[in-house]
Design a protein around this ligand. Sequence first.
Ligand SMILES: Nc1ncnc2c1ncn2[C@@H]1O[C@H](COP(=O)(O)OP(=O)(O)O)[C@@H](O)[C@H]1O
Ligand SMILES: [Mg+2]
Length: 236
Amino acid sequence: MTVLRTQGLSKSFGGLEAVRDVDLSVPQGQVRALIGPNGAGKTTLVGLICGRIEPSRGTVSFLDQDVTRLPVHQRIRRGMGYTFQITSVLSNLSLRENVALAVRPREKSEDVVEGEVVSALTQVGLVHRIDQHAGDLSYGHQRLLEIAMGLGQRPKLLILDEPTQGLSEGEVAAFNSLIRRLAGETTVLLIEHNMDVVMAVADEITVLDFGAVLAEGTPDEIRKNAGVQAAYLGTG
Ligand SMILES: Nc1ncnc2c1ncn2[C@@H]1O[C@H](COP(=O)(O)OP(=O)(O)O)[C@@H](O)[C@H]1O
Ligand SMILES: [Mg+2]
């Protein structure tokens, strides 16, 4: 089953085509990495997928239904979960309350909410800090808390925009093993700059360049692709 499919998806900002004719197809359970140089259109593409940005052309299908015209909250209700590149954690609330905010829209029983909160925080390795204020966490731990908030939505597709940005080496390793544990169950679309992370966790990689898909394949295929090396992996 295909969880996410885009067809001819495009977005222009004035004269600039930030996303051009992107056909993307992500099967259930896959970890798909989306890579490309700065300004390639990755964040715009994710904005189109989750409904924050309206496309100029093209369609987005989620779980075999056309969601192109649905607002963000309806896509979330259908099972899209995402974390923003800019932190969405509320610093004066506890970790428990932050994750509970992500769980409550789909769960009414507070006992169930608590169980889901504990489960999501356990997955990211932060459950021992459940009563602390989110604002007291390190930057890296706040990024992991964001992922717990994404998991709290029990998403059928988890979209992560540069989750390892600003993480320490040890936190990146923890992130890698978290994604590997999720793989097979949760479908993940991962925008990621760190090529070590991409090569370690992705089943398939889509390379964007100037808004268009330059290449797609397994980590091995992408590593060997001459066009990708020239545009991206090379010296830059
Ligand atoms: N709201 C906007 N208005 C105008 N231009 C934008 C807007 N958002 C992004 N862009 C431009 O679109 C291109 C793609 O940006 P972005 O999707 O953020 O790339 P990436 O995430 O790959 O770095 C860039 O040239 C950027 O300046
Ligand atoms: Mg970006």
